[in-house]
Design a protein around this ligand. Structure first.
Ligand code: NAP
Ligand code: MN
Length: 267
């Protein structure tokens, strides 16, 4: 089996990376950054997002696992003390795979017909540095509302505990193939009206955002933001592709939610 390691870059993560690389190589596994079967992220959730985007072009061939060197991570759920155990597990077991849904975002330009397509593990956010965003929101080809406000967040189930949660969105179990739209400070008065609640869309219910007022948009895909002008539409839907996690033990999603947000003791 071929593996690669992505580290946060701090001393602790670098040290864990070096240990894992050495031991796994001793177990006859091949270190290969180009075509890894397994990518190990050492750091936090931010590092995991980096690892995901570095290998997003080979999701069918690559599985991911995270070791966290900071506080509990959502994607990085092995602690440094367990690294030796994890190394043995990786070396000896054909691992189980757990898949989570992803968000597909397609940004189309007004002229020139160009389009950019992205996959997000957490979410896409659409904002502007230039007043409010104003766009028509279509769901499954039908006009739903005209949104005016700071922006919108469209998240995956596993991203529902990140930015989405801060916006009052619900936490969605990643076994559900869905995306969630949450508003950022929508303007609501007699003239402008939006639903106000987070919307959860199933697979194939495509959401299309069509700018009405010509603005430049700050479009973030996970941790990476790009400034777009000349935007005709932004299309969001549950992606066909999925992320594959290598699983060596159970750590149920709701336990992770509880340990991160409610209590990290076992009472
Ligand atoms: P960051 O500023 O370090 O991330 C913000 C926090 O979100 C960090 O504590 C990060 O954990 C945590 N996080 C990331 N993914 C998560 C998930 N799926 N569930 C729960 N917590 C999660 O920036 P970053 O590390 O590059 O992460 C980018 C993400 O930050 C974006 O995808 C977005 O979800 C989130 N974000 C949140 C807000 C907000 O809550 N108001 C605003 C902007 C961005 P680590 O410390 O382990 O990295
Ligand atoms: Mn971070």
């Amino acid at each position: 089996m071929k593996f690669a390691i992505v580290s946060k870059g701090d001393n602790r993560s670098e040290q864990i990376m070096a240990t894992m690389k050495q031991y796994l190589t001793d177990f006859q596994l091949e270190y290969n950054e180009v075509e890894p079967d397994l990518v190990i992220s050492v750091g936090g959730d931010g590092t995991f997002l980096e690892a995901f985007h570095s290998y997003v072009h080979r999701l069918n061939e690559t599985a991911f696992i995270g070791v966290h060197t900071g506080h509990l991570g959502f994607y990085a759920d092995w602690v440094p003390d367990e690294v030796e155990k994890l190394i043995i597990e990786i070396a000896k077991t054909p691992f189980q795979i757990v898949e989570y849904p992803l968000l597909e975002v397609t940004i189309r330009a007004k002229s020139g017909g160009s389009e950019d397509r992205f996959l997000a593990l957490n979410e896409a956010t659409i904002k502007t540095a230039d007043g409010s965003v104003v766009f028509d929101v279509e769901i499954k080809g039908e006009h739903f509302e005209t949104f005016r406000g700071d922006g919108l967040c469209v998240s995956t189930p596993s991203g529902s505990t990140a930015y989405n949660k801060a916006l009052g969105g619900g936490i969605i179990h990643p076994s559900l193939d869905a995306i969630q739209l949450t508003e950022m400070a929508s303007i609501n008065n007699r003239v402008f009206r939006t639903i106000g609640s987070p919307l959860i869309l199933p697979k194939h219910h495509t959401c299309l955002l069509k700018p009405i007022v010509d603005r430049s948009f700050l479009i973030a895909i996970d941790h990476f933001t790009t400034n777009y002008t000349n935007v005709k539409s932004i299309q969001c839907r549950v992606a066909e592709e999925r992320i594959r996690f290598a699983r060596f033990r159970q750590f149920p999603f709701w336990n992770r939610v509880r340990e991160s947000f409610v209590s990290d003791d076992n009472n």
